[in-house]
Design a protein. Structure first.
Ligand code: WTA
Length: 661
């Protein structure tokens, strides 16, 4: 199916779903709208965006506690290095934990932790979380971690993961979470780029009923990681692992005897909270920096306005903390709001396809946020397991990470949302830190559309010359004004930071952020996301760069060159396909193809596993040697390859095979 044709057919979507009036009237955003006297949603959205500084000022005061009030909401004098909440002092850990633990929410559940083995579950209250965070913060201090130091956590979804994040925040250290689905190579490059002092990990984790090892990946990665002084190991599976004398310590021993009190350091709002590596056009991941001030405001505000979480809700965002969605909607958003959240370690289908639904029933989940790939997986496997459980408490459903196709929207709505719950399809990025384009509970929805930019954002669609495109036309998603949880920089890479996000429109409209996605608006102004403009894959919602997979493939001794593209997949969105040029004299074989996939998995991790490897003699390149992935993809999928005049070797296109769909 041609990409443009798909867009056209989506834009002809005529179904509109209205949220039931009682759910609308109960919603936080609706109540704010009424309080302010706006008559319509559009009037409110417009006012909030036109007056974004005033809007974010109110939100910052509503959702965060400042130990010293700020004197200026936004300082835009040093574009694109915007500064928010100047003159104030804050710590997001105070907002996420301390104020609840010291107040009325001390005994309220912060996390319902559910391990993968059935029955392995415990509730952690805000009071208990406070103690755990303090002990870990003191232990980190004891290990010599000071403000600004980087601490890497490479952990499964167990309580020690958010505890480590919050402990770092508390003392002003910067956390860098590496998704546990990356292997030693992915971990090594991130640890070294961040020059981490401490790595927190686990002996292993559970996946589909089996304990799997994690620590060996760390040992491998540590072979060339000179900055790391300490490796803290959580005993999760109890499997014996080698411990390096003087460097490795078990988590229990690390925190043993530490005080249950620890001072929360009040910081400048621009002080860095975390670095999260994400994929871009090159093979080197980008270390996106986020700051305390913004993170204490917009994740909580959007958890309230967009996810519509109220005090008595049980919120479940199924994302892993290794990705941005986990940072904002498993940790900072719900905790700053003082909500109760599910933290689930395992896979959606273990011991059977009813696991998630059993959790929703048992814990009375009311707001459920997941990814299209999971919805499509359940859709494919049928409703049998869904029907076994009572999901009637679910009031709000939400989706993120890739386009939610109308079929999946309808399935989700009918089977999980009892045909009542609105489906909040949220578009945003590691770089934005919070939702940017999404319906509110009150918004009439079109299946497959992310509806409109949220209040406080001035998001637009630009053509190449920085003109806003008319309805019905496509172009680049941009932000015309800054927002509090925006990215602040790339860790130690100012040039690339400016080039990737700010250079495109600098001459005409300086300070315009280029998101990296294309979108269109239909005749009613509804937004339809069309995908990335750069070479970034979205595999089961995980953001992976083509170049990173290529360099992992090329690290195989028999591979001379590789080109990686995404093949459409009805469940995962995309799957990884590699076109490989072997070194001279190496014979092609199905075994070698498999070996290369396995090698990539070993180097980068299971998330980057190429489903197929094809051998080719050459790949199309520009005269400057850049691999033309777009041309390869078009040829492989049997589409028009377009103008080939820029290629140095147009004949190479013929040898790209048509891949099976
Ligand atoms: C894509 C994830 C369509 C988009 C929060 C973006 C989406 C990238 C949606 C960021 C959505 C995210 N519909 N596409 N609702 N949400 N994307 O940094 O291409 O892992 O640029 O952040 O995911 O991925 P990231």
């Amino acid at each position: 199916m041609a990409e443009t044709a798909k867009t056209a057919s989506l834009q002809e979507e005529t179904r509109i779903f209205n949220t039931p009036q009682d759910i609308i009237e109960y919603s936080n955003a609706y109540q704010w709208m009424k309080k302010k006297g706006f008559k319509t949603e559009m009037e409110m959205r417009k006012w909030c965006s036109d007056n974004y500084i005033e809007f974010w000022d109110e939100m910052a005061k509503t959702y965060a506690d400042w130990s010293v009030p700020y004197t200026k909401v936004l300082d835009d004098s040093g574009k694109p290095y915007y500064k928010w909440f100047t003159g104030g002092k804050i710590n997001v850990a105070y907002n996420a934990v301390d104020r609840h633990a010291k107040g009325a929410k001390k005994d309220k559940v912060a996390y319902h932790f559910i391990g993968e083995p059935v029955g392995d579950a415990r509730d952690i209250t805000y009071g208990q979380l406070y103690i755990e965070v303090n002990k870990m913060a003191n232990a980190l201090k004891g290990a010599g971690v000071v403000k600004g130091d980087r601490v890497v956590a490479y952990l499964p979804m167990i309580p020690e993961l958010p505890i480590t994040m919050l402990a770092c925040a508390k003392i002003g250290a910067i956390h860098t979470i590496v998704f546990s689905g990356f292997s030693s190579g992915g971990l090594n490059s991130r640890v070294n780029d961040a020059e981490a002092k401490v790595v927190v990990t686990a002996d292993g984790f559970y996946r589909r009923g089996k304990p799997l090892p994690l620590k060996p990946n760390v040992d491998e990665a540590m072979k060339t990681a000179p900055s790391v002084q300490k490796v803290v190991v959580v005993k999760r599976t109890g499997v014996a692992v080698p411990m390096t004398e003087g460097r490795d310590v078990y988590y229990d021993d690390f925190v043993k005897g530490q005080s249950e009190e620890c001072e929360t350091v009040m910081l400048d709002p621009e002080d860095r909270l975390f670095i999260l590596y994400t994929s871009g056009t090159t093979g080197k991941p980008k270390g996106i920096e986020h700051a305390h001030g913004g993170y204490a405001v917009t994740p909580a505000q959007t958890t309230s306005w967009v996810m519509d979480v109220h005090d008595d809700d049980v919120f479940w965002c199924t994302a892993d903390c290794g990705w941005i969605t986990g940072h904002s909607y498993v940790v900072y958003g719900p905790l700053c709001l003082g909500a109760s959240t599910i933290l689930y370690e395992g896979s959606p289908d273990f011991p059977d396809l009813g696991r998630w639904w059993s959790i929703i029933e048992k814990y009375g989940v009311t707001v459920f946020y997941t990814a299209p790939t999971a919805i499509r997986m359940f859709m494919k496997t049928g409703e049998e397991f869904v029907k076994k459980y009572n999901l009637s408490k679910v009031r709000i459903l939400a989706s993120v990470g890739e386009p939610l196709n109308p079929e999946a929207y309808m399935w989700f709505r009918k089977n999980i949302g009892s045909d009542r719950a609105p489906i909040i399809d949220t578009w945003w990025q590691t770089e934005t830190g919070c939702h940017v384009i999404a319906p509110l509970v009150m918004t009439p929805e079109k299946p497959g559309s992310v509806c409109f930019p949220l209040p406080g954002f001035n998001t637009d669609i630009f053509d190449e010359d920085a003109n806003s495109v008319p309805l019905g036309y496509g172009g680049n998603i941009v932000q015309k004004t800054p927002w509090p949880s925006m990215l602040r920089a790339f860790f130690r890479d100012e040039v690339r930071y400016k080039k990737e996000y700010w250079d495109m429109y600098w001459q005409v409209k300086p300070g315009t952020y280029l998101a990296g996605d294309k979108a269109t608006r239909d005749k009613d102004g509804y937004w339809w996301i069309q995908g990335r403009i750069d070479d970034v894959l979205k595999v089961a919602g995980h953001r992976i760069s083509n170049a990173e997979v290529e360099s992992a493939a090329v690290s195989h001794p028999k591979v001379a060159e590789a080109a990686v593209v995404g093949q459409p997949d009805e469940v995962k969105g995309e799957k990884i396909v590699a076109f490989v040029i072997l070194r001279d004299g190496v014979a092609e074989s199905p075994e070698l193809a498999k070996e290369i996939s396995v090698h990539v998995r070993k180097v980068l991790g299971p998330v980057a596993y190429p489903d197929k490897v094809y051998f080719v003699k050459d790949v199309p390149k520009t005269r400057s040697g850049k691999i033309m992935r777009r041309v390869i993809k078009a040829k492989a999928l049997g589409k028009e390859t377009g103008d080939l005049s820029a290629l140095a070797n147009p004949e190479s296109v013929d040898n790209i095979p048509r891949i099976d769909l």
